[in-house]
Design a protein around this ligand. Structure first.
Ligand SMILES: [Zn+2]
Length: 458
């Protein structure tokens, strides 16, 4: 099967050129100008961008949290991702207390099997690391689960103590794994939450007011210090606060391999959203919370200047009805998370590229190339080059559309960007050479996504 994408503007992290791309079966096989080749199918892409498929390295599909489960499973979530121009995800498998690491991973493999419509890998969340389980981290790396997420918050549920975190870092130093950190000081937050509730402060906005930016900055700094002592890289997930970014920038200025991602919600929304009428603030209850206006300008600068290396979504949708509602009288019972897997590329193009905050190349780098490199997927994923998987997005930079729960494909009853008009739209999406989105319609198949066995750091 040969597919030819003709006359597009091909954009990678480093180049922009007018060209044709020949795809044979699942791979890009040739790139050139005016390729006079026979193909089974030709896609005309004049006046369109031809981009490497988006890679979202932070999603939570089918994830239990606080008595509820995130509303998208691997089928609806990956189809929504495809609509938004994302062709690979790295989701999080959870090892619960008392389980082996393999049990955690296998449970999530089952959730994805037969359902995922795009390729998927897993980070493993370690919630319990007795010394006897340490060698299993090596085994996971050999299976292609080459990154581990640890929590410095949610004591009694997900949080690890500093000693366990340090041992995991040391182990990753031996096996080439990467440690991803949820950096918030959980113990301080727990005290603030109990005090707020005791005073009768139960509204959604208190979720944000009990998770101060300093608690994120402190944990970010601590995580970086622990990694420095262990002499390993560290990747901070969903960085939200300018104060935390300062800690990453400081470390990078000293030459440390400190990396961090942020998410569109921290760039396009703010604390003000918690003040929306009634219980609507619950839509934005996520951790870390949305920050005061002004933080986003520093995050944009961090993205442009490479103190932040990736934009992921932390997609973890809960419906207002029956899910977010669990916390109507107590903000601490609102399931943490918001939808975003479908809107990332559109928002970053409209609010980042079109406003001049980041270049078109940087847009590709932040949403695809750099996450692929950090998490062991490059050059199979993350670029358009001969031999790479033919994960390709044909993107119309001038087409306008409106983000809305009425039209999105995520299985959740609200959209945090409801009514926002964006310029630029995903038109055609190929996943390993197969067209899975055509004129805004899903033409792929649930279950055709493959598990991504990722490479360790070298
Ligand atoms: Zn998350």
């Amino acid at each position: 099967m040969k597919t030819l994408i003709k006359n597009g503007t091909v954009v990678t992290a480093s180049d922009i050129y007018r060209g044709d791309i020949l795809i044979e079966d699942e791979k890009v096989s040739a790139i050139g100008t005016s390729l006079a080749l026979e193909a089974d199918r030709t896609i005309e892409a004049s006046d369109k961008y031809v981009l490497p498929g988006g890679i979202d390295v932070h999603t939570h599909l089918d994830m239990p949290f606080g008595g509820s489960t995130s509303a998208d499973d691997f089928e609806s979530g990956t189809i929504a991702a495809a609509h938004g121009g994302t062709t690979s995800i790295v989701d999080f498998a959870i090892q619960y207390k008392g389980q082996t690491l393999r049990q955690g991973w296998e449970a999530w493999m089952k959730k994805a099997e037969g359902k995922a419509a795009i390729d998927y890998g897993f980070h493993l969340i370690i919630t319990d690391l007795p010394e006897k389980l340490e060698p299993e981290m090596d085994a996971m790396v050999r299976e292609g689960v080459t990154s581990f997420k640890l929590f410095m918050a949610y004591r009694g549920v997900l949080m690890l103590d500093d000693g366990s975190i340090f041992r995991a870092l040391l182990k990753a130093g031996e096996n080439g794994g990467t440690i991803c950190m949820h950096a918030e000081n959980g113990d301080v937050i727990d005290v603030l939450v109990r005090r707020a509730l005791a005073k009768g402060n139960t509204a959604p906005k208190y979720h944000a007011l009990t998770r101060p930016p300093r608690a994120e900055a402190e944990a970010t700094h601590r995580a970086i210090c622990l990694a420095e002592i262990a002499r390993v890289p560290i990747y901070i997930v969903h960085l939200s606060a300018a104060e935390a970014l300062e800690k990453v920038a400081e470390a990078r200025d000293r030459g440390l391999p400190a990396y961090a991602e942020t998410c569109p919600q921290y760039l396009f929304l703010s604390y003000a959203n918690y003040e929306e009428p009634g219980f609507d603030g619950a839509k934005y209850v996520m951790s870390p919370p949305l920050r005061e206006k002004g933080n986003e300008e520093k995050l944009w600068r961090g993205l442009a200047g490479n103190d932040l290396q990736a934009v992921s979504t932390d997609h973890c949708p809960f419906c207002m009805k029956e899910q977010k509602e669990l916390g109507r009288t107590d903000f601490s019972k609102i399931p943490n998370g918001a939808p975003g897997i479908e809107t990332r590329m559109h928002l970053m193009h409209d609010g980042g590229v079109r406003t001049g905050r980041i270049s078109l190349n940087r847009f590709v780098e932040l949403t695809s190339t750099s996450p692929a490199k950090i998490f062991g997927l490059f050059p199979k994923k993350g670029t358009i080059a001969p031999g790479s998987d033919a994960d390709v997005v044909v993107f119309d930079p001038e087409k306008k559309h409106t983000l809305s729960a009425k039209t999105h494909h995520m299985k959740v009853d609200y959209n945090p960007y409801e009514g926002r008009e964006v310029t630029g739209a995903v038109e055609t999406v190929l996943s390993r050479g197969k067209v899975i989105i055509e004129n805004g319609k899903f033409t792929g198949k649930a279950g055709s996504g493959q598990f991504l066995k990722r490479k360790p750091r070298t």
